[in-house]
Design a protein around this ligand. Structure first.
Ligand code: ADP
Ligand code: ASP
Ligand code: MG
Length: 718
């Protein structure tokens, strides 16, 4: 299990220290291996003080979350801590926290969004006392009648000191000196802290956290020495007691007199104690250290071990690592990625590697085929193309083995990736992941060939250009892994093609919806079919540089945003414009044109119709340059009754991609104005909520993309 720790205050540092020093012992006793994989804290000097190696320091919350199976929140408060927990749960992480205030007030929000048990907070109530485990596990089938106890060590300490003759102010001062009370003690002395804990306990038992506004609360500020003396004269003590009466449905915190035969009577100083009254087995008493770094940290570690049982099921430990052609095109790069795989294995991850063919191998194979045949047979073509990936998987597996790890290469057929028989563009119809899973449990790193599969009759097929991305996503789904890491020769998905725009920046986070648009509009980064598939299965993608430690781009469901955001600008020069000159202006013609294109399997993108005269229109549409060969111009001309069909090749499509782009016309206005200022004419326009595209002269692409990139300040915000 990879453990990410956020917050290195007294508790967080203690958790870190225990895991570091006693990790092996904990593993021996519990059978669970817990390694701190990332830490983050606000005060940077802590890193040095605790001797934390630099590769453990997370860049930000996302970095921490992605690289952990269990996220430990010891930041405290309800600001950053709340965000961290929400994001962690959204990314299917299991969370451990000691933050009673947060759980009390926002527990409902957290548990509503994650259906499985993924939030653990033993340390939030009674420090080292395992009251939550008792209620949640051991007593799970019991009816709980009542829970009452001394839940706040600070007030219990103050009351105990007062009993020894101190007055309230003096006792408080001692508590503060000893570090039992904070400079502003209100949370404790007014009873709120105990109330938060009651709210948490109610949530544990009922599933709903009432919050402290629903708990009647009275503190100890009004208590004076005389009250204590009066109680003592009849052999009683005054204690701040929190009670939940499940039968009556009431909860309150208030100072109460307890008799000598009450189990809470002898609980003095900073100790805590809780009494649970059940229907089946009477009363249970738990008593122990209620606060302090060590007891809280041990409660957290105990939770980590409990959580690891759940986290295992999430399968965050299986991570797909996909390497594109540019990342495996030399032996050095292959060795480099083998080392990266090794690092993952050491940190407790079980990687499944997917690779593309080396460099431009697939292009070379295409060219070779064209030298033999102008229309190569589909089956033979795929037989040929599949050799590219077969070469690279063998080399990558060898490189991993060289480092002393077990690894096995698997072709698409061997990995049991089943497809239909649509050669060169086959669809995956199923994966039997058992074999790969078996290799994983036997300690192997499977290296699977991307871009290929086989039909049920054993024919080798390929999945369309860029298809290794699809292999990676589908494997993630089949193996129940939540994360697909996609390694490239660049630092992520950029705000523009970095070869065109010098100032382009990696985008930190983007939704699949935007990614799909980006891919479709010409950014090569990810195959659009793969993105569509990832969106459907709710897989997270992380596009990273194969050779550096830069963070990369997280692609996921996305957070809800209302504000329009322009995320990236992209260009596509592989399009042509087909113009139907002088088409009769009659109902039904456009339908006939589209029907003809559908029959010919030609996908059109933008379409425009302009009036020429009363009788004739000009109709134009764009298609992918590759598709042009499929277009039967003669048939189209006859059906559309056009005077002539012309093809314009010197065009390019420029698109801006983002969120809510049509919410305000200002975005489109900026785009058009920018192009106008550069003297670039707009030929066609189309818009959707996540994209605005224009067709321009292909010679102006460079100029246009750069101007748009800076008009939307993408070099700053990406
Ligand atoms: P591989 O298959 O090896 O992973 P790709 O074929 O996906 O690599 O090509 C990656 C290249 O795509 C990068 O080197 C980069 O120049 C280019 N590219 C184009 N647009 C973008 C973009 N928006 N973000 C990142 N890279 C882009
Ligand atoms: N090698 C194949 C291609 O170049 C598949 C891939 O790279 O994803 O298209
Ligand atoms: Mg590629």
């Amino acid at each position: 299990m990879r453990i990410g720790i956020a917050g290195l205050g007294t508790v967080g540092s203690c958790v870190y220290a225990i895991l570091k020093e006693k990790g092996d012992e904990i593993e021996k006793r519990s059978g669970r291996k817990c390694i701190v994989s990332k830490v983050i804290t606000r005060t940077h000097s802590k890193y040095e003080k605790l001797g934390i190696p630099s590769d453990l320091i997370a860049e930000d919350f996302e970095d921490l979350i992605i690289n952990s199976d269990i996220v430990v929140e010891t930041i405290g408060g309800t600001g950053a801590a709340r965000t961290l927990i929400k994001q962690s749960l959204d990314l299917n992480r299991t969370v451990v926290t000691a933050n009673k205030m947060l759980i009390s007030e926002f527990g409902n929000e957290f548990t509503s969004s994650s259906p499985t048990k993924s939030l653990f907070f033993e340390a939030a109530v009674g420090g080292g006392i395992p009251i939550i485990s008792l209620l949640e596990d051991y007593l799970i089938f019991h009816g709980i009648k009542r829970v009452r106890g001394i839940l706040n060590g600070t007030t219990n300490f103050i009351l105990s000191e007062m009993l020894r003759g101190m007055d309230y102010a003096e006792a408080l001062e001692i508590a503060q000196k000893k570090g039992y009370a904070e400079a502003d003690p209100s949370n404790d002395v007014k009873g709120y802290d105990a109330a938060y804990k009651l709210s948490v306990l109610m949530g544990v038992k009922t599933g709903i956290f009432p919050g402290i506004s629903n708990i009647e609360t009275m503190g100890i500020e009004e208590i004076n020495k005389r009250d204590l003396e009066r109680a003592a004269s009849s052999d009683k003590k005054v204690k701040l007691i929190g009670t939940i009466d499940f039968e009556k449905g009431s909860a309150f915190v208030k100072p109460q007199e307890v008799e000598r035969n009450d189990p809470l009577w002898s609980v003095d100083g900073v100790e805590n104690a809780v009494e649970v009254e059940t229907d089946l087995s009477g009363r249970f008493i738990l008593r122990g250290e209620g606060a302090g770094a060590q007891p809280t940290a041990t409660a957290i570690i105990s939770d980590i071990l409990r959580a690891s049982r759940y986290a295992e099921k999430q399968n965050n430990s299986v991570v797909i690592m996909k390497f594109g052609g540019t990342s495996v095109d030399t032996p050095e790069k292959i060795r480099d990625i083998a080392e990266r795989v090794q690092k993952k294995v050491i940190s407790g991850v079980k990687p499944v590697v997917v690779v593309s063919a080396m460099g431009i191998e697939t292009d070379i194979l295409h060219d070779l085929a064209r030298e033999i045949s102008s229309r190569p047979n589909g089956r033979e073509m795929d037989m040929l193309l599949a050799t590219g990936e077969q070469k690279s998987i063998a080399l990558v597996a060898m490189a991993i083995q060289e480092l002393g790890m077990k690894s096995i290469s698997l072709s698409g057929n061997q990995a049991r990736i089943k497809t239909d028989s649509n050669f060169s563009n086959a669809r995956i119809v199923g994966i039997d992941a058992d074999l790969i899973s078996r290799h994983i449990s036997n300690g192997y790193v499977p290296v699977v060939a991307g871009f290929q599969g086989s039909t049920y009759t054993g024919e080798i097929t390929t999945l369309g250009r860029g298809g290794s991305d699809l292999t990676a996503v589908v494997l993630a789904k089949a193996l129940g892994s939540q994360l697909c890491e996609i390694y490239k020769d660049v630092d992520g998905v950029y705000s523009a093609d970095p070869r065109i725009v010098k100032d382009a920046r990696p985008i930190k986070e983007i939704s699949w919806e935007e990614m799909i648009e980006l891919s479709k509009q010409g950014a090569q980064v990810l195959q659009s079919r793969a993105s569509e598939c990832a969106r459907k299965y709710d897989i997270k993608g992380l596009v990273k540089n194969a050779h550096t430690n830069a963070w990369g781009t997280l692609i996921w469901r996305g957070s809800k945003v209302e504000q329009p955001i322009v995320r990236a600008v992209t260009s596509d020069q592989d399009i042509v414009k087909v113009v139907l000159q002088e088409v009769p202006d009659r109902p039904g013609i456009a339908a006939r044109v589209l029907k003809t294109l559908t029959e010919q399997n030609v996908n059109i993108d933008m379409i425009i119709q302009s009036m020429r005269s009363g009788e004739f229109n000009t109709m134009a549409f764009t298609v992918q340059a590759n598709d042009l060969a499929k277009l039967r111009q003669d048939i189209l001309k006859a059906r559309s009754e056009a005077r002539e069909i012309t093809i314009e090749r010197e065009i390019a499509k420029i698109s801006i991609v983002g969120v809510n782009l049509t919410a305000t016309p200002a975005i489109a206005a900026t785009l058009f104005e920018t192009l106008a200022n550069e003297g670039i004419n707009i030929d066609m326009i189309s818009a959707s909520n996540s994209r605005i595209s224009v067709v321009i002269d292909s010679k102006k692409v460079h100029l246009a993309v750069n101007a748009i990139h800076s008009a939307f300040n993408l070099e700053e915000i990406a």
